[in-house]
Design a protein around this ligand. Sequence first.
Ligand SMILES: *Cc1c(COP(=O)(O)O)cnc(C)c1O
Length: 407
Amino acid sequence: MMNTHAAGTRSRQLIDLADTYGAHNYHPLDVVIEKAEGIWVWDCEGRKYLDCLSAYSALNQGHRHPKIIQAMVEQAGKVTLTSRAFHNEVMGPFLQDLTAFCGKDVALPMNTGAEAVETAIKACRKWGYQVKGIPEGKAEIIVCASNFHGRTTTIVGFSSEAQYREGFGPFTPGFVMVPYGDLAAFERAITPHTAGFLFEPIQGEGGVLVPPEGYLRGTYDLCHQHRILWMDDEIQTGFGRTGRKFCCEWDGIKDPDMLILGKALGGGIYPVSAVVASKEVLGVFKPGDHGSTFGGNPLACAIARAAIRVIEDEGLVARSAAMGAYFMDGLRRINSPHVQEIRGRGLLIGVDIKKQSGPARPYCEKLRDLGILCKETHEQVIRFAPPLIIGTEEIDWILERVAQVLA
Ligand SMILES: *Cc1c(COP(=O)(O)O)cnc(C)c1O
């Protein structure tokens, strides 16, 4: 079946409405989604697509997972928000489940990924002053070129992407940038004032960039030698996406100082994020130091508990590893003159299109016409990141179409 685009009339009208009344800070494909289930979505004209982006890994469990929907509905029938001025019945059990899943002591719940990153930065700096003894106002955090950690003014201030920064300054000082994947450059950037190293174990937005073998382990060891917090942003790579619970396990690391989580923690339903760390690190926060109106609310906690349980009960980590290997294998077997490189881990896969074959976007548009939704990242890269519940038959279905488009 061929989905012919020109978006249908109803879709066209809705796109025009969004264009007229919305700010233009995104450039979406011309698809208006009306309904979703599992790995599939439907547009307003009833055309069906396989979701190969999964809301940037926020939908690892698939769309509208029945167990997560059930937890949401049950909780909505009891209490949804209390404010943190009072306790709620669900937060304790949620924090217990989350820290057990992560193998860490304590967690601090927030809402969006960017808020979790901000929380991690605040904790790191305070730890630097109170525990490490860095002179007040001097703490440095090392970050990587081509990073993506969110869109707040502080976070875009240490982006290397010109468009993310342009017109938004002045920016927060205290960040030192090093090239991603270069251990020697990382070591050279360390000073007595370094409090933390903030990084992604695979740079998803950067174009699915996988660092060289041993890089993560090398930075981890250096951080511990120099008493620097290893701040692992697993917002996109966590919860099984890369075929491990957390991507840092690929370098044998089981105990990062800080795990920064979001996206799939909310089960594709609700924004839930968290920083998970040791008591020494998160213990720097005293009542009143930090907070969020919606952070840790009962609805979020009930949804996140169910989201974690689904990852565990359905074995989605192992499934991601197996399906990712199958998918990558199939992609490698497509003999396309346009492909520069195929890379990734688990079900986070980037197909790098050769410069001379033009940008990735037209390929994504052709895939959409064949019923596959994915989106280019960084001009040349098509990212394939379907929900982790996908099976081999559906991957074969995708591969057939990808082969057609890349021929
Ligand atoms: C998406 C993402 C963020 C930001 O999360 P939001 O929920 O969009 O604020 C931060 N870090 C990484 C690695 C991400 O992929």
